[in-house]
Write a protein of this length. Structure first.
Length: 447
């Protein structure tokens, strides 16, 4: 972007990974030699598989070497990338980003439009949800590593006690009726506290409702937190859950209390990403055999609309002098042989050929058997894979997504403590987002 304020804001970011800035591309960027290059790759390695994947890539591409810098977390990675871009040097060739932050760097011209390498032709190969999150102005600025379709996880033992058949919950109206029965037993159907940890489930829920709380068009941003039809649908529904004490509004996601309540049956279900099984297995071990997974309830009977909760992707950095070789590595990790290795080490895939493969849903593999046993014998990956291939609407994130997440907790939590209504909280949230956009030099319209 040309705006000076955005450059200053990026340069002022806290430099947590200064050591990484000594490596990577310089300001004289270009596509370079596609077959010969020394690449620098920033990302994290949750599956401990990067060494093997890079070795496989280098063997298949003997003229290209990859130096991996483990940045530890998504937040540290995006901060360091902001610093390097602002400085004009020290950026990596390839960077791993959380899906919502891709727009941030695409808007500010920090990433390469991958359609120049033919990435736009790969759309049909990926699940719609993760693919749609990585587009800006109709062009792909990253390729998805994984997928996080929003799922409905529920504790069958608690549901049975309340006289609720989890498999029969196909709409949000069904969910509301189940919430009343479950509350009568002393448990809650779920927790909603409006903290920053609830931000991703919030965006997934409004996404599935067809809402567009914000729109980004270059330098122009429109904020519509309460008047958008999908937002109104969401607000009315959730406010009803709050008013009738049908959700636990005191327990934030990922807290010790959250795990304890999942483990003792106080919380009877979650709507959360498909990556959740391992977290339930470790966080709620006493409920082994009781949890089940089902498709997300729909706003209208008969629909099969999904949404994404989380996910990560690979991009080529605009400052790279080796963009063509960098894209080769991105394609290998997300679309080629590296994608299978990522799936084999626990990453929930976004590539359809893996999602639909017999090996992914084979209930006899050691990993699948362990998961399926915890979920009462369900073929969990088969259910998750079906969700990943459901249609999704396109959904944008703001070009200052980290601020949007922290501000969500500051403003929206007040609705869950009943200080104000959810509609008023979201209006305040929208005003805060608008001010942040204006401070960064965007032209912002609030509806």
């Amino acid at each position: 972007m040309r705006n000076v304020k955005k450059v200053i804001a990026a340069a002022a970011a806290v430099a947590t990974l200064v050591g990484l800035a000594a490596c990577g591309g310089g300001s004289d960027s270009g596509q370079g030699d596609a077959d010969n290059a020394e690449l620098v790759f920033w990302g994290w390695d949750s599956g401990n598989s990067m060494k093997e994947i890079i070795s496989g890539f280098e063997k298949a591409n003997p003229g290209i070497t990859v130096k991996f810098n483990n940045t530890g977390t998504a937040e540290k990675t995006s901060t360091a990338l902001s610093n390097a871009i602002a400085a004009g040097n020290g950026a990596p060739d390839v960077v791993m980003l959380e899906d919502p932050t891709v727009t941030q760097f695409a808007v500010t011209d920090g990433l390469v439009d991958l359609s120049q390498f033919g990435a736009d032709k790969l759309e049909s190969d990926f699940a719609a949800g993760p693919w749609n999150k990585l587009q800006y102005n109709g062009k792909p600025y990253a390729l998805p590593i994984d997928s996080g379709p929003e799922m409905f996880f529920y504790n069958k033992a608690v549901f049975d006690k309340a006289g609720v058949d989890g498999e029969s919950i196909t709409t949000w109206d069904d969910y509301y009726e189940a919430a009343k029965k479950i509350r009568a037993t002393g448990s809650y159907i779920t927790n909603l506290a409006g903290t920053s940890g609830d931000y991703q489930p919030f965006t997934a829920q409004v996404w599935q409702a067809g809402a567009k709380p914000w729109k980004v068009d270059g330098e122009n941003i429109t904020i519509n937190m309460t008047k958008d039809e999908g937002m109104q649908r969401y607000i009315t529904f959730v406010q009803k859950l709050i008013d009738e004490d049908l959700v636990d509004t005191k327990t934030p996601n990922w807290s010790d209390d959250w795990n304890r309540e999942l483990n003792d049956g106080t919380l009877a279900s979650l709507t959360i990403g498909a990556w959740m099984p391992i977290n339930l297995m470790t966080g709620a071990p006493d409920q082994a055999g009781n949890w089940r997974v089902a498709q997300l309830p729909q706003w209208e009977e008969g629909q099969k609309v999904s949404a994404e909760d989380g996910g990560s992707a690979l991009s080529v950095v605009k400052l790279s002098k080796n963009q063509a070789a960098a894209y080769k590595f991105v394609e290998y990790m997300t679309h080629g042989d590296g994608a299978q290795k990522m799936a084999d080490t626990g990453t929930f895939p976004s590539l359809k050929k893996i999602l639909t493969s017999d090996s992914f849903t084979d209930p006899t593999t050691e990993a699948n058997k362990k998961t399926n046993d915890y979920f009462g014998g369900q073929n969990v990956n088969k259910i998750l894979a079906e969700a990943a291939q459901r249609p999704t609407e396109k959904f944008q994130y703001l070009p200052y997504n980290p601020f949007a997440q922290s501000a969500y907790g500051d403003e929206v939590s007040k609705a869950y403590t009943k200080e104000i209504t959810l509609e008023q909280a979201l209006k305040n949230y929208g005003d805060k987002l608008a001010k942040q956009g204006e401070d960064q030099g965007y032209t912002v319209t609030v509806k």
